[in-house]
Design a protein around this ligand. Sequence first.
Ligand SMILES: CC(C)(COP(=O)(O)OP(=O)(O)OC[C@H]1O[C@@H](n2cnc3c(N)ncnc32)[C@H](O)[C@@H]1OP(=O)(O)O)[C@@H](O)C(=O)NCCC(=O)NCCS
Length: 152
Amino acid sequence: MPVEWCLGVSPKSLDEFSIETIKQLFLDQTGEVYSNQSVRHLPIPEWDGNLVLLDENNMIRGLLWANKFSATRVRIVAFAIDSDYKGKGWGTKAWNHMVDSARGQGFKEIQLEVRGDNEFAIEFYRNRGMEIIQTLEGYYRAGIGYVMRGNL
Ligand SMILES: CC(C)(COP(=O)(O)OP(=O)(O)OC[C@H]1O[C@@H](n2cnc3c(N)ncnc32)[C@H](O)[C@@H]1OP(=O)(O)O)[C@@H](O)C(=O)NCCC(=O)NCCS
């Protein structure tokens, strides 16, 4: 199978191996440490905002996890792509797929939290119409964070 984004299952239905892969992906790409339970309990439904990037061996190489935060707003809970696949358009592909679907379902806004020092991600989101609306103190261990919001 070629590398492709696929619909993901709800985190509570993930097998042990996938959980370990996702924990490692989060650690490598964001520096955040998750327990198995904290991954399993993330409230992500099965929809076009729950996407996994699978490689030729069916290994998870990326993840976009968004949920339906309110009737009008989608929230990105996690977005991470393995170093081998970063900066090659894979993130854009998942983003566009999720945004098209959310628009079609009547959502009007998108929101997320990002670490203040994550310039690449902040730029990625700015280029997609999002802006910083709030600074978060004490949300991340490593320093400040931002809430970013944009229209869909
Ligand atoms: C943030 C993240 C999810 C974005 O995904 P990505 O696959 O790296 O993003 P893309 O490759 O689609 O786009 C990033 C940039 O790469 C470049 N790019 C896009 N497609 C490209 C291609 N086909 N070839 C070369 N470069 C490309 C572009 O400059 C693009 O920037 P722009 O479209 O905003 O101008 C990813 O970099 C990541 O996992 N980062 C670490 C974890 C993280 O910070 N997550 C966000 C936490 S809130």
